[in-house]
Design a protein around this ligand. Structure first.
Ligand SMILES: [Zn+2]
Length: 278
């Protein structure tokens, strides 16, 4: 009898022990996932911290990582951008936006346009639109009257414009002068073409020499914008000089790009060469 009672006690103690142990290591599902996450993060962080402490990593190499994992190659061999909603998304003649990409936060900035009615091209992504408003009011305070001409452009509209041009001048000619659908920065909702009254709101190289164009060149970065296609960077951007085309990248990137006089490609460490058509 005593022996049975002893075994039973041991058995109960074992059961209780296992239960206590489990309840300590496994809490509620929400908590345990949190614990798992922080465990993974801290384990991932540690080797990196050591690397940073132990060895000198040149700035250029760190910058190259900015494009890591931001694209994939589709069945037709085209590079498709994955970080579509990233303020620093890189779209050019080598890197395509998905044909169905539409930014979810498009708004019409409260700035001067040379036309009244609504058009999709009045829009920009919210953050860029707010920055554009600040840029335009700062200009106005100095007596500079900028006009917004063309911002967001859907894939469908870019395709329509491209096809019209290709039909008229041939595919090659069209591809030289304008962006192929999916390769226009305007589809990101982060770009705006800017002009002024003295040019009749036209978009041409002369804008760079107007007081408005000169002001924009020296001040856009303070509001997070860059002149995206510089005169002496055609071999890197793949686009001819467009002093009217500004691209929102955020203040930090814009400041660095302006101060170093580099392109977005260089800032992000993109070393893919782009065929120059122009
Ligand atoms: Zn443009």
């Amino acid at each position: 009898m005593k022996k049975r009672l002893f075994s039973l006690t041991i058995f109960i103690l074992l059961i209780v022990g296992v239960f206590v142990f489990r309840s300590k290591t496994i809490s509620s599902p929400v908590d345990s996932s949190h614990i798992d996450d922080s465990y993974i993060v801290s384990n991932e962080d540690k080797p990196n911290e050591r690397e940073v402490e132990d060895e000198y990593i040149p700035e250029e190499e760190v910058v190259e990582d900015l494009l890591a994992g931001t694209s994939f190659v589709d069945d037709e061999g085209r590079v498709i951008v994955k970080n579509t909603d990233d303020i620093l998304v890189l779209v050019n003649k080598n890197r395509n936006l998905p044909s169905d990409y539409v930014p979810e936060d498009l708004v019409v900035p409260n700035v001067r346009f040379p036309f009244e009615e609504f058009h999709e091209k009045k829009q920009m992504r919210r953050e860029a639109a707010e920055a554009l408003e600040e840029l335009f009011s700062a200009a106005e305070e100095e007596g500079i009257y900028l006009f917004a001409i063309s911002g967001y452009r859907s894939y469908a509209r870019q395709k329509y414009l491209f096809d019209v041009r290709a039909e008229r001048d041939g595919f090659e000619a069209a591809n030289k002068l304008m962006a192929y659908p999916g390769q226009s920065e305007h589809q990101t909702g982060l770009a705006m073409d800017v002009s002024c009254q003295s040019l009749g709101f036209d978009l041409n190289e002369n804008f760079g020499q107007t007081v408005e164009g000169l002001w924009l060149k020296e001040n856009a970065h303070k509001f997070g914008f860059i002149i995206r296609y510089q005169k002496d960077k055609v071999d890197i951007t793949g686009y001819s000089y467009e002093p009217w085309h500004i691209r929102y990248v955020g203040k930090d990137a814009a400041k660095e790009i302006y101060e170093k006089n580099i392109t977005l490609e260089e800032y992000l460490g993109d070393e893919t060469s782009i065929p120059v058509h122009n």
